[in-house]
Write a protein that binds this ligand. Structure first.
Ligand code: SAM
Length: 287
């Protein structure tokens, strides 16, 4: 194995401040982000940096900046982040998802030592902007783009189209709430993007509440990187979605999940004894 092979197969090194934020300090910022989802995003960002992918990182729908700060902590020299939110114009927040506050967002950036000039802030509804408006301020196309603004089907499809236009060919978009039954229109918006609008973003990984997307043919190395970097207790299984291979991770919150996602259960599933015991086990640990 050459030194390059070793670097490509080792989990990407997360900067210490990123690890601290993922495991602990993100909780001090109001918002919605599980430690597992934070880790998935941090790993993607660090892997991109290791692979020489450079560009802007940012989000539509920042609230107080919980995820945006994580992205900004991973900025490489010369890169800038972007943040799009309606902030004070909450009358435009049609589905009442979160409540952006520019003052609290700026204070949180400062608290985590992120210089104000490293983040382009656009106060606007995403329905009123197109990708070039963001690029003019952020200075480059995007390597990592989170979509967590309005949660209607129309806004979701609109925001996916902005991400599709701005993302580098091997960049990653992160869609919030796709599987959240409280926001079924997010799923509808993603289906519209892929099946009606001819959008080019396809899934490659699923976390607690994030769907990770890239262009067809680009998911393999991200999937492989996550599989070797995320502790196996979070791994549910590889499967397919929109005709693309995806890997599913989930925080095992209940005993039944812990058992199902254990190494022993994985081995038993592929063994004749495990297959024979399956009906009994299902009766015992029915959710
Ligand atoms: C669920 S919160 C975002 C949470 C955030 N990503 C975090 O890390 O905690 C949704 C945000 O989207 C903003 N928003 C709602 N509709 C929007 C729109 N049409 N354009 C831009 N932002 C919007 C809201 O103001 C709110 O801050």
């Amino acid at each position: 194995m050459t030194a390059t092979d070793r670097t490509q197969s080792a989990p990407p090194a997360l900067p210490e401040q990123v690890v601290r934020y993922v495991d602990r300090s993100q909780r001090s910022v109001d918002g919605w982000l599980s430690p597992l989802d934070a880790r998935l995003v941090a790993l993607v960002s660090a892997a991109q940096a290791g692979w020489g992918i450079t560009g802007t990182l940012g989000e539509i729908g920042v609230h107080h900046g919980r995820l945006l700060i994580l992205m900004a902590l991973g900025l490489q020299p010369g890169e800038r982040a972007f943040a799009v939110d309606i902030f004070g114009e909450q009358e435009l927040n049609v589905d009442r998802s979160g409540e952006g506050d520019e003052g609290k967002f700026r204070a949180n950036l400062a608290r985590f030592g992120i210089p104000a000039d490293r983040v382009a802030i656009l106060q606007a509804s995403s329905l009123e902007i197109r990708w070039p408006d963001i690029e003019r301020q952020a200075g480059a196309r995007s390597r990592l783009f989170s979509i967590d603004g309005g949660h209607t089907a129309h806004i979701t499809a609109n925001d996916l189209a902005i991400a599709d236009a701005g993302l580098l060919e091997d960049g990653v978009a992160v869609l919030d709430d796709y599987f959240n039954p409280e926001f079924p229109e997010v799923s509808q918006g993603m289906c519209q993007h892929r099946l009606v609008d001819g959008g080019r973003l396809v899934p490659f990984a699923i976390g607690d509440n994030k769907l990770l997307l890239t262009r067809p043919g680009q998911g393999e190395r991200y999937r492989a990187m996550l599989e070797r970097s995320v502790p196996s207790r979070f791994l549910v299984r590889p499967t397919e979605m929109f005709g693309q291979p995806v890997i599913v991770f989930r925080t095992p919150r209940r005993l039944v999940h812990r058992i199902r996602q254990s190494e022993l259960a994985r081995r038993l599933r592929d063994h004749p004894i495990g297959r024979a015991l399956k009906p009994l086990i299902r009766r015992l640990v029915r959710e």
